[in-house]
Design a binder for this molecule. Structure first.
Ligand code: SF4
Ligand code: SF4
Length: 100
C-alpha cells in the first residue's frame, strides 16, 4: 500500500496513483486518527477550530494522496474520505473502437 505504482497498460509507462481527500470539518472531533493513519502524510490538524471547538484535519500535501481511503476507514465520525482519481483517462464515447 502507499506509493505503489502500476504499469500503464497501453503504453508501458508507469503512472503514479492519484487521489483526493474530502473533509467535512464540522463533523470532526479532532482525534487525529486520519492524520496518524495516512500512509503518505497528506494531513495535519489545523490550527483553527471547528464549530464544536476541535481542530479538524487539513490537507498539507495534496499531491501525495493516493486515494487509499485509510483516513475514512479510521475516522469514527465519517468526517473524511479519500477517493482515487482516474488520471490519463482517454476521452472517448466510442466503446467499440476502444475495445478493438
Ligand atoms: S486517501 Fe486519506 S489516507 Fe489515503 S493517502 Fe489520501 S489522505 Fe492519506
Ligand atoms: S479521524 Fe475524523 S474525527 Fe478524527 S481528526 Fe480525522 S476527521 Fe476528525
Amino acid at each position: 500500500m502507499g506509493n505503489e505504482e502500476r504499469p500503464e497498460k497501453s503504453s508501458g509507462a508507469r503512472r503514479k496513483r492519484k487521489g483526493r481527500v474530502y473533509i467535512t470539518p464540522e463533523r470532526c472531533k479532532g482525534c487525529a486518527y486520519c492524520v496518524e493513519f495516512c500512509p503518505n502524510h497528506v494531513l495535519a490538524l489545523a490550527e483553527h477550530f471547528n464549530q464544536k471547538g476541535y481542530h479538524p484535519p487539513e490537507v498539507v500535501n495534496a499531491d501525495a494522496c493516493v486515494g487509499c481511503g485509510m483516513c475514512g476507514m479510521y475516522c469514527p465520525d465519517f468526517a473524511i474520505f479519500g477517493v482515487r482519481i482516474k488520471a490519463n483517462k482517454k476521452k472517448s464515447n466510442n466503446k467499440k473502437a476502444d475495445a478493438a
